[in-house]
Design a protein around this ligand. Structure first.
Ligand code: ARG
Length: 466
């Protein structure tokens, strides 16, 4: 007999039963479902809807079920459709008719809204933790690689020299924004929907303030229809996760390119690569490629959620059951990727020799040579043209700036003097980029101090939310 079977004249079609069930994925919400039911029973007791004895029996039984699920293989069934009715079934198997009182003043609509929020609250914190751990790793690398001068690229063409630390920190900043978004997402998640019932609220005197305190919610929905249908916080999570994946994917692309023989700037650790079943010499950057690839499924879940929600009339519709699988998959994917990424970053080796070689070719000092002429009074456009011609000359002769005689420089502009020689060294050029966001050492150190301060604030914030 279905828990809602009273008005039905025949059993559910077998295929429909399978089709409508969510237990095969929402079973992971069992902890949250029990936690929510415990609070709900306490609220019913608080409102004098249940006697002290009934509340005690219900809570004891819920705790027994919790223990049973933890320690035994409890058999959830598709006949009972979802985790909420499966747990109620367990309750009725355990204490009989009294179990029927647990759903007083509650609908599965506010129940599932509550469970998902309790679940997401935890998952958002875990995701912040993994993001900060990767951020910490990037900061560690930035400190370690502070004095490695590296080609900065635009259009994947060598552009200007930078510190490798600066490159790693760019990703630390992306994660900084990701963490800010997740913190905001925590707030939009942490609102109590219980008390909304199916759509209208409930006529039982459920004390929502009491429930919010019991379940550590920061706020309460003031509109029951909004409470049962709001999935904005899931869209926000999927969108934050999509951005994290986009950032990781960009970093992976760089690791893949840099570890190719063509670049040879880095070597990824064997532990994060695999071989080829046919070509004995191969070492493939699988971890990085998989992270790049898995970005697609996270984007897919975001689009799928947005599509499920559009056009839904208020309030609960069964379409909303489709909110879960993409979110569960994304929670796993994004956390796995953050953890793998950290391991990959911690173990990669830098090939200084190739990096240094790359700084020789590519005329990375060109912009600074033009700036030099500007500082001596030449308009920038003209300076740009002069140095451009100098580059063309070098390309024809197949030489670099460092192989040029000062006399040749002078042929391109009489303003060139002995003091351009230091500008031909990438390390010196880097030190001239002294804007707050520049790649000079002092600026990069300032960045590190600032991100580290943000990290500290995040740790503090986390300890308050736990
Ligand atoms: N399994 C359902 C879901 O995930 C629970 C809510 C069902 N509510 C209902 N009125 N059928 O959305």
């Amino acid at each position: 007999m279905k828990l809602w079977g009273g008005r039905f004249g025949k059993p559910t079609d077998k295929i429909m039963e399978e089709f409508g069930a969510s237990i095969h994925f929402d079973h992971i919400l069992w902890r949250e479902d029990i936690l929510g039911s415990l609070a709900h029973v306490k609220a019913l007791r608080h409102a004098n809807v249940l006697s002290a004895e009934e509340a005690l029996l219900l809570c004891d039984s819920l705790s027994r079920i919790e223990h049973k699920i933890k320690t035994e293989n409890v058999n959830f069934t598709t006949q009972d459709e979802d985790i909420h009715m499966n747990i109620e079934r367990q309750l009725s198997n355990d204490i009989g008719e009294l179990a029927g009182k647990v759903h007083t003043g509650r609908s599965r609509n506010d129940q599932v809204a509550l469970d998902m929020r309790l679940y997401m609250r935890k998952q958002i914190l875990i995701c912040i933790e993994n993001s900060s751990a990767l951020q910490q790793q990037l900061i560690h690398l930035a400190k370690q690689h502070m004095d490695i001068i590296f080609p900065g690229y635009t259009h994947l063409q060598r552009a200007q020299p930078i510190r490798l630390a600066h490159h790693w920190l760019a990703y630390a900043w992306m994660l900084d924004r990701d963490i800010t978004r997740l913190k905001h997402n925590f707030s939009s998640t942490n609102i109590l929907p219980l008390g909304a019932g199916a759509v209208a609220g409930t006529s039982f005197p459920t004390d929502q303030e009491f429930l919010a305190r019991e379940l550590k919610f920061d706020a309460i929905y003031l509109n029951s229809m909004d409470a049962v249908s709001d999935r904005d916080y899931l869209v926000e999570f999927l969108s934050s996760a999509s951005l994290i994946m986009m950032h990781l994917s960009k970093l992976c692309e760089e690791l893949i390119v840099w570890s190719s023989q063509e670049f040879s700037f880095i070597e990824l650790d064997d532990a994060f690569c695999t071989g080829s079943s046919m070509m004995p010499q191969k070492k493939n950057p699988d971890a990085a490629e998989l992270i790049r690839g898995k970005t697609g499924r996270v984007y897919g879940s975001l689009i799928s959620m947005l599509t499920v929600l559009k056009g839904l009339p208020l309030a609960y519709n069964k379409d909303l059951q489709e909110d879960k699988e993409g979110v569960f998959d994304t929670v796993k994917t994004v956390n796995d990727c953050l953890i793998i990424m950290k391991g990959m970053m911690a173990s990669l080796k830098i090939n200084r020799e190739h990096i240094d070689q790359s700084l020789q070719a590519g005329f990375l000092s060109a912009t600074e040579l033009a700036n030099y002429l500007v500082k001596k009074g030449m308009p920038f456009r003209q300076a740009h043209e002069r140095v451009g011609s100098l580059v063309k000359y070098c390309l024809q002769k197949e030489i670099t700036f460092t192989e040029l005689d000062l006399n040749i420089f002078k042929e391109f502009s009489v303003l060139f003097e002995e003091d351009i020689i230091p500008l031909l060294s990438a390390a010196n050029v880097v030190e001239l980029q002294t804007t707050l966001c520049g790649t000079a050492k002092a600026s990069v150190m300032h960045q590190i101090a600032t991100v580290e301060k943000h990290l500290e604030e995040t740790h503090l914030w986390m300890s308050e939310k736990r």
